[in-house]
Design a binder for this molecule. Structure first.
Ligand code: C5P
Length: 236
């Protein structure tokens, strides 16, 4: 009885999923929404990036599914509040080392998409992601939030934009973080990463059947946020 009511309470916690390719704006929007409503934020991409970074540090090959899955299951990760209130991003600690910046490089993004193709790696990270669902609610950002991790989410949004526009945004974003990159290089990484994410056998990047798809190519971030707030307020 007791367990039943805990489960019931757990299912009642609202989840909003934001899926889409890299550079579609979901990270910024997810962080803004979490701050606006004071909800928990899951940046699931960070978990794949952390797995890739830890693998590179420990010399684990990026095609070794079993070793990567063991690593993913035992990752010692902490997300801490960034004391700098102007930063939307939380601090990411891997075995107590601040890797907030290290996981954001394009190289780690590409490496993350390589480890993310493996079912066992995805399984190893699944419970960790589900544990982010706490009251009063969760904003979940990723590739398979609405399709696999939180299929019964109350509102599912799929953000997309042209690859050229996403590459431009990524260059700007990385520059703001002090990471210098070239546009043609980023565009080719984005295309390679899209192809890997969309064509993999497990949990490929696709909009959930019941997702609201928003193309942000011609939209500013404030406009996208406004549109999503309207959706949230209409749905809740
Ligand atoms: O969103 P972000 O760029 O941080 O994600 C890095 C990579 O992690 C993606 O390209 C994708 O391969 C993988 N990923 C995933 N499923 C998620 C989130 C990220 O496969 N839910």
């Amino acid at each position: 009885m007791k367990t039943e009511s805990v489960n019931k309470r757990q299912t009642e916690i609202p989840v909003i999923t934001l899926d889409g390719p890299g550079g579609s704006g979901k990270g910024t929007i997810a962080a803004r929404l979490a701050r606006r409503y004071d909800w928990e934020l899951l940046d699931s991409g960070a978990l794949y990036r952390l797995t890739a970074l830890a693998a590179l540090k420990k010399n684990i090959a990026l095609d070794s599914e079993n070793d990567l899955a063991k690593l993913a299951a035992s990752l010692e990760v902490r997300f801490a509040v960034n004391r700098d209130i102007s930063k939307l991003e939380s601090l990411v600690l891997l075995e107590d080392e601040d890797v907030t910046k290290a996981i954001r490089t394009e190289e780690i993004g590409v490496a993350a998409s390589k480890v993310a193709v493996f079912q066992k790696v995805r399984d190893a990270l699944l419970q960790r992601q589900k544990a982010f669902k706490v009251a009063p609610g969760l904003i979940a950002d990723g590739r398979d939030m609405g399709t696999v991790v939180f299929p019964s989410a109350k509102l599912k949004i799929y953000l997309t934009a042209s690859a050229a526009e996403r590459a431009k945004r990524r260059v700007r974003q990385l520059k703001d973080k002090g990471i210098g990159v070239s546009l043609p290089r980023i565009l080719s990484d984005i295309n390679a990463r899209d192809a890997r994410d969309m064509n993999r056998a497990v949990a490929p990047l696709v909009p959930a059947d019941d997702a609201v798809v928003i193309d942000t190519t011609e939209m500013g971030v404030d406009e996208v946020e406004k549109r999503i707030i309207e959706l949230i307020e209409g749905r809740f």
